[in-house]
Design a protein around this ligand. Structure first.
Ligand code: FMN
Length: 156
């Protein structure tokens, strides 16, 4: 199957560090992977990247990280057809905020509206990302990898 990308959105670096862990987990599952910052992605991102793990922190009042907004708005403007793209979302947040993990939920909804298929239930992380949380996220990523492997060959 294809390679995968962990597409992260961060303000203070937690999602970026976690993205590196998720890359390792994908590679452990036999899938070549790399982490890409949403800040560096454009509306054509999904043309080359068909298997994607979104790893995004919520900021502001339930918003995407400011650095991810150009990417989001470019997709909103271009409305690419994401049919054939498969993805999973790992959201970071803190339930002390009213809009818990909303950025992850926004990305789930948005990518699905553009035609991509979310192949595993969203994984939501509450608060500090310690070793246990990292292990749980890696476990979720291994399950995501299995879902990707099942569905992608059926498409080709
Ligand atoms: C200014 C600020 C606003 C935040 N707003 C929210 C929010 O609305 N909902 C939420 O679930 N978490 C919120 N968080 C928590 C972050 O999502 C959480 O700390 C996350 O791990 C940060 O990831 P990052 O280091 O990758 O930016 C907020 C954190 C900060 C500092």
């Amino acid at each position: 199957m294809d390679r995968a990308v962990v597409l992260f959105g961060t303000v203070t670096g937690t999602a970026e560090d976690l993205a590196d862990e998720l890359v390792e987990a994908l590679e452990e599952a036999g899938i070549e992977a790399e982490a890409v910052d949403m800040m560096d992605a454009g509306a054509d991102f999904f043309e080359e990247n068909r298997v994607v793990v979104v790893c995004v922190a919520t900021h502001g009042d339930g918003e995407l990280p400011p650095d991810a907004m150009d990417f989001y708005e470019a997709l909103e403007k271009e409305q690419p057809d994401l049919g054939g793209v498969v993805f999973g979302v790992c959201g970071l947040g803190d339930d002390a905020y009213p809009d818990f993990c909303e950025a992850g939920r926004i990305m789930s909804r948005f990518l699905a509206e553009l035609g991509a298929e979310e192949v595993i239930e969203r994984h939501e992380i509450d608060g500090f990302v310690d070793e246990v949380v990292v292990e749980e996220a890696r476990g979720w990523t291994l399950r995501a990898a299995e879902a990707f492997k099942q569905i992608v060959p059926e498409r080709n």
